[in-house]
Design a protein around this ligand. Structure first.
Ligand code: IPD
Ligand code: CA
Ligand code: CA
Ligand code: CA
Length: 267
């Protein structure tokens, strides 16, 4: 994608993400209509749906040849990465949105012929926007983020891991996850994959391991992490497939191989 076009798409995405976020803040104390999806803890609200419809309308009106891949089902049936695709999570961290009214994000990753061109993650209630464009670095609001710490050691690292993967489960050797937890300085879990990627890019956490993400959870995040020198793969080290659910391990490059080798054993 040429630079001028990319800049113009970026500017639109930025304008729309701010506008959508402003609307969410304006109505944050109004009653929510909450439904459940695959299980009683899998929540969705009218705000998730309306925000997705807002992006659908904007994208289709301005870029009729672009496609939208998004969580709540109003986008296109995307089966290939041809052309330009907006991968949007209208609210990432819906459980936080419902229970806490904070700690959720809007995530937009824009890919052209399979390559990540633009990533935006908006921490709505904090009014903090993380952005990245391919080859141009990553930003927190208007401040360029530095490359990740090359001197980081495992025992000084903070890793994001959801506690369920440290319990008995069928996907990963939980004893090794417990050993990882004991080998790092600390663990965190914020409940929004997009924010967790943004925090890696910001260098305030050093890695994120999860056995289950969808394309819209990670599309923007991998671009941001990449722009500061981080590495994102499936948990087994293979590259991410943007069209399916996937395991993910994203981190500062200096601890990436060691964690994969010593602590991640998939079942
Ligand atoms: C979820 C959040 C959560 C992650 C889940 C995602 P949603 O997204 O990112 O942190 O653990 O796997 O589904 O449903 O709130 O958009
Ligand atoms: Ca969801
Ligand atoms: Ca999500
Ligand atoms: Ca969502």
């Amino acid at each position: 994608m040429d630079e001028k076009k990319r800049r113009s798409i970026f500017n639109h995405a930025k304008e729309w993400i701010y506008e959508a976020g402003q609307h969410i803040r304006d109505v944050i104390d109004e009653p929510l209509y909450i439904d459940t999806k695959s299980n009683p803890n899998d929540l969705v609200t009218q705000m998730d749906r309306n925000t997705e419809k807002y992006f659908l309308e904007k994208i289709k009106h301005t870029y009729p040849d672009h496609r939208l891949l998004s969580e709540e089902g109003f986008g296109d049936d995307v089966q290939s990465l041809d052309g330009t695709i907006w991968i949007v999570d209208p609210i990432d961290g819906t459980m936080n949105f419902v229970h806490q009214k904070r700690n959720f994000a809007i995530s937009i990753g824009i890919y052209h012929e399979g390559l990540g061109e633009i990533g935006l993650i908006y921490n709505v209630m904090e009014d903090v926007l993380y952005t990245a464009m391919k080859g141009e670095g990553a930003y927190k609001n208007d401040k360029k983020l530095p490359q990740l710490n090359e001197k980081l050691t495992l025992d000084e690292s903070i890793i994001v891991v959801n506690s369920i993967w440290a319990c008995e489960n069928r996907k990963i050797n939980n004893k090794k996850i417990q050993a990882l937890i004991q080998s790092v300085r600390g663990t965190r879990s914020y409940g929004s994959a997009a924010l967790e990627f943004a925090f890696i890019a910001e260098g305030i956490v050093d890695g994120y391991l999860t056995m289950q993400l969808s394309p819209w959870d990670l599309a923007a995040g991998v671009i941001l992490v990449n722009e500061v020198g981080g590495v994102t793969t499936q948990a087994n080290g293979e590259s991410i497939n943007l069209l399916t659910n996937t395991t993910v391990f994203s981190s500062n490059a200096v601890i990436n191989e060691r964690i994969k080798k010593d602590f991640i054993e998939l079942m």
